[in-house]
Every structure is written in C-alpha cells, then in structure tokens.
Ligand binder design. Sequence first.
Ligand SMILES: NC(=O)c1ccc[n+]([C@@H]2O[C@H](COP(=O)([O-])OP(=O)(O)OC[C@H]3O[C@@H](n4cnc5c(N)ncnc54)[C@H](OP(=O)(O)O)[C@@H]3O)[C@@H](O)[C@H]2O)c1
Length: 270
Amino acid sequence: MTRILVTGARGAVGTHVVRELTHAATVRTWSHDAGPLRQAMDGIDRVYLCAADGPGKVHAETAIIDAAAEQGVERIVKLSALHADPASPLPAHRWHGEIEAHLRRSGVPAVILRPAFFMTNLLMVAESVARTGTLHAPTDGRRTAMIDIRDVAAVAAVTLLDEGHAGRSYDLTGPAAVTFTEVAAALTEATGFPVRFADLTEEQARPRFENAGLPDWLATQLSGVFALIRAGGFEHTTGHVEALTGRPARDITGFAQDFVSAFTPARVAL
Ligand SMILES: NC(=O)c1ccc[n+]([C@@H]2O[C@H](COP(=O)([O-])OP(=O)(O)OC[C@H]3O[C@@H](n4cnc5c(N)ncnc54)[C@H](OP(=O)(O)O)[C@@H]3O)[C@@H](O)[C@H]2O)c1
C-alpha cells in the first residue's frame, strides 16, 4: 500500500484527510510538535502538506517540502487557497503563494488544492447568530462559492491516492455561489429560529475585525477576504469536487443541518 504522511493531522481538514485515507493507504501522521521530520518522512511515498496559518507558516511548510525532497518523496498534495499569490496583500494568500513557489522549485511532483471560502468560517460567528438571530458580514450582496472542508479532504485523498494529478492545480468550490441572505435562510430552516442577514459597509465592519481580539494578521486576512468577496472574487464555481470524488459537492443547506446545534439559541430553562 502507498505510504502517506499527513501533516497538520490534528487540523480541521487534516482530521478528515486521515479518515478518508485510512482504508486505502498506510497512513502516518505528523504533528508540528511531534519531533524529527526526517524520521517521519522515512519510507514515505506521498505527503499531505498543511501547517497552521500564522507568521510561522512559510517556515513550517518549506521545512516539510525540503525534508520530502531530500527523501525522494514522489508527490506532495498542498492545501493552498484560492487567490494564493506571493504578491497578495492578504497574509495567508501571500504565505500560500510563497510556499507554492518553493514547492515548484523543490522539483517534487505536486498537486495544489486552492479551495474558496470554507463553510466552517461561519462557525466563528455561530454564537453571535444564535444569540442575536442576525448574521453580519460586509458582502455588498455578492455571492460566495463556499466549500465544505469534508469535500476539500475528499479531494486531497483522491489526489494523494490516484495517478494523473501531479502538476495540476485545482480551484475548489461548493456546488453554488450563495449570498449571505441565502446562508441566513439555510440557518433559519435548519434551526427553526429566524436568522436575518445584515449586510455591513466596509466602514461598519472594520472595527468589528479590529476589536475582535484577533492577531493583526488574521484581522487583515478576514477583512481582505470580504473585500475580495465584494469584488466578486469568490463568485466562480468549479466542478472539480464532483469530478474528482464522484459525489456532488456538499451545499450550504446540508452544512447548516450538520452544524445546527452551533447556531441554535440555547433553550431557556423554565
Ligand atoms: N478558512 C478558509 O476559508 C480557507 C480557505 C482556503 C484555504 N484555507 C487554508 O486552509 C488551511 C487551514 O486548514 P485547516 O483548517 O485544516 O487548518 P487548521 O485546523 O488551522 O490546522 C492546521 C494544523 O497545523 C498544525 N499546526 C499548528 N501550529 C503549527 C505550527 N506552529 N507549525 C506547524 N504546524 C502547526 C496543527 O496540526 P498539528 O497539531 O497536527 O500539527 C493544526 O491543526 C490554511 O492554510 C488556510 O489558509 C482556508
């Protein structure tokens, strides 16, 4: 069986990647606090590459790429992002662009996965939605091709296991680009409680990002992502999830149902 190293294995996507691969490959997991990389890479054929976003990301992922190149690993599947670009003003998009460039220079055959906006980002505001019945975001009414991370993981598994993907980049989206009004409708339907969408202006949203207690880079990233949404940068959908996995991509209705408890107001004890 193919021997696959899953890095960032405790991560949101990594957890699902491990689950997808377990019955089809020999899986070894490596977490950033797990010790020598070279030892983890010993005897490995293919690598799933993901470290946490943050200022240490480029260093962490390029070290994994270098160790893989040294061991003669035959393929790396890198979790990147739509709009990855070494010249991007958005920190995570810039880091991904730099890592992609390093990966190309390494000579290790690679598959680049560039997902759009994760549906699970909505969990960041789930408590506020449950408390206030309102979903706030600065979208200017534009659509976002949100993707379920379980589909990102399924594509990662296919491109790790199957032949014919090395050298390819896949932009990954859900089945449709949705407005946040449609997201609110899906949450209303799932929870049985009314959820309305309040579209904010950039000026109204800025203090929310700045005062949320987030690291500066994350506040910059989030406000930059919504600027891209307002510019229509997430409206395009692709059919790669279905083409690669053989199953339709999960939609926002299913996501709202699967995560309903996070968005549902706590019942008041009578
Ligand atoms: N949110 C979005 O809308 C979106 C869209 C497109 C792309 N993306 C990209 O998707 C990726 C996030 O994937 P994810 O949600 O699976 O990530 P995640 O849950 O943040 O997991 C990343 C994993 O990296 C490992 N890690 C933590 N600290 C580290 C460190 N200092 N050095 C190296 N590794 C460290 C951890 O796993 P271990 O403890 O097991 O090492 C962590 O669980 C990011 O690169 C992001 O840019 C996100």
